[in-house]
Design a protein around this ligand. Structure first.
Ligand SMILES: *Cc1c(COP(=O)(O)O)cnc(C)c1O
Length: 362
C-alpha cells in the first residue's frame, strides 16, 4: 500500500531526489565510483558543493555580501555558534517553542540573553507581538516555524519584526520552513537550519551569513566554531557531509524545476488550506494553533475533549490507510501532519479523505 509520509523530521523528500541519490550511491554520475567513496577534494565533488551553494542563492535571492555554508552538527550546533560569533554582551530571543527555548538557553552561557516575549504559558499556541527589541542587543533571534507546535511567523508578523528590530542584527532558525516561501534575506544577519525537514537527509545544516557581521567579538572562537573558517574553506575546511550535500543539491534542482519558492509557496498554501479547512469543519478534531499563526508546514490537531478516548483508534485507522508519522509531539499530544515541500496535494487529500471516512465511521 502507498505510504504517505507526514514525518516531522527527518521527513519526506521528493521521490525523484531519493531515486537519484540511490543511483549516485551505486554510481556517481557515471564515474564508476559511489558518492560514498570519493574524496571531497576530488574534482567530482567540488561542482556539487558549488551548485548547492549557487542554487540556494538563486532560489532564495541571496544578495551580495552573504555566504552560503553547509556544515555538520545540525541546527543545534548553530544554537551555540551564533552567540559564539555574534554575542559580546547581550542578545535577545523570541521564545516561541522548544527549539527557540533551546537556542535561548545556549546563549545564556555567553552573557545576558533576554527573552523578549514568550507564549510558553499558553503551550506556545501563538506568536507574541507585544514586545520591544532592546537596541543594545548584539542580535535578535527568532524561529520562523515552530515545528512542534505548528505555528509560523506570518508575512505580517515578519514585517512587524523587521520594523521592531531597528538596527539590531536579525538571526533566524528556519529549519522547518526554509525554501517553503520567499524570504527577504537582506533583513537577516544569519539564517540557519537543519536540512532534514525541507532539503536533505539529516547530517547537514545550512547557514546563510552576512560577512560583515563577523569578526566583531573579543573572545577566542575555536576554529571549527568560527564561521570565518568555513567561509575561507568554502564549507570544506574539514570533510563535509558529502551525501547530504549531494541530496540537498538534487532537492534544490527539483525545486528550481518546480518553479522556485514562489511556486512551491502557492502549493503549500493550497495544501495547508485543504487540511485546516477539513479540521475546522470536523466534528471530532480541532486545531491547536491560533488561526493567524498557523504553520503551513506542520499542522497540529487534537480530538475534541468529548472524543479523547478515540486517540489510539484514529491513529490505528490512519496507519492502516498508509498515513505515516502523524502522531503529535509529546508536548502537544494528538496529531501532527508535516506537509513539507515534497508532499504533494494528492497526499494531503488522502489524509483529508482519511479524516472524513473516520468521521463517517464514528
Ligand atoms: C528540527 C529542528 C531543530 C533541530 O535540528 P537538529 O538538526 O536536529 O539540531 C531546530 N530548530 C527547528 C525549528 C527544528 O525544526
Amino acid at each position: 500500500m502507498k505510504q504517505y509520509n507526514f514525518n516531522a523530521g527527518p521527513s519526506i523528500l521528493p521521490a525523484e531526489v531519493i531515486r537519484k541519490t540511490a543511483e549516485a550511491v551505486l554510481d556517481f554520475e557515471g564515474h564508476g565510483l559511489s558518492v560514498l567513496e570519493i574524496s571531497h577534494r576530488a574534482k567530482y565533488f567540488q561542482p556539487v558543493m558549488d551548485e548547492a551553494e549557487q542554487l540556494m542563492k538563486e532560489l532564495l535571492g541571496v544578495p551580495e555580501g552573504y555566504r552560503v555554508l553547509f556544515l555538520g552538527g545540525g541546527a543545534s550546533l548553530q544554537f551555540c555558534m551564533v552567540p559564539y560569533n555574534l554575542m559580546e554582551k547581550k542578545s535577545a530571543y523570541l521564545n516561541t517553542g522548544v527549539w527557540a527555548k533551546k537556542a535561548l538557553k545556549e546563549a545564556k552561557g555567553f552573557g545576558e540573553a533576554v527573552e523578549v516575549a514568550t507564549s510558553a504559558d499558553a503551550n506556545y499556541t501563538f506568536i507574541p507581538t507585544d514586545y520591544e527589541v532592546p537596541q543594545d542587543a548584539d542580535y535578535f533571534h527568532i524561529t520562523t516555524n515552530n515545528t512542534i507546535y505548528g505555528t509560523e511567523l506570518s508575512d505580517a508578523k515578519l514585517a512587524d519584526i523587521y520594523k521592531k528590530k531597528g538596527n539590531v542584527t536579525l538571526v533566524a532558525d528556519m529549519s522547518s520552513d526554509i525554501l517553503s516561501r520567499p524570504v527577504d534575506v537582506s533583513q537577516y544577519g544569519i539564517i540557519y537550519g537543519g536540512a532534514q525537514k525541507n532539503l536533505a537527509p539529516a547530517g547537514v545544516a545550512f547557514v546563510i551569513v552576512r560577512e560583515d557581521i563577523l569578526g566583531k567579538v573579543s573572545r577566542h572562537i575555536p576554529t571549527m566554531l568560527d564561521y570565518r573558517t568555513h567561509i575561507e574553506g568554502g564549507s570544506m575546511f574539514n570533510t563535509p557531509p558529502v551525501l547530504p550535500v549531494y541530496t540537498a543539491m538534487l532537492t534544490l534542482r527539483w525545486l528550481k524545476e518546480f518553479g522556485g519558492v514562489a511556486a512551491i509557496e502557492k502549493r503549500n498554501i493550497e495544501k495547508a488550506g485543504l487540511l485546516y479547512n477539513c479540521i475546522d469543519h470536523s466534528r471530532l478534531f480541532v486545531g491547536t494553533a491560533r488561526e493567524e499563526d498557523r504553520s503551513r508546514m506542520n499542522v497540529c490537531f487534537v480530538l475534541k475533549p468529548e472524543y479523547q478516548e478515540l486517540q489510539d483508534d484514529f491513529f490505528k485507522f490512519a496507519s492502516e490507510r498508509g498515513m505515516v508519522g502523524i502522531k503529535g509531539h509529546r508536548s502537544v499530544g494528538g496529531f501532527r501532519a508535516s506537509i513539507y515541500n515534497a508532499m504533494d496535494v494528492e497526499g494531503v487529500k488522502a489524509l483529508v479523505d482519511c479524516i472524513h471516512d473516520y468521521e463517517k465511521k464514528i
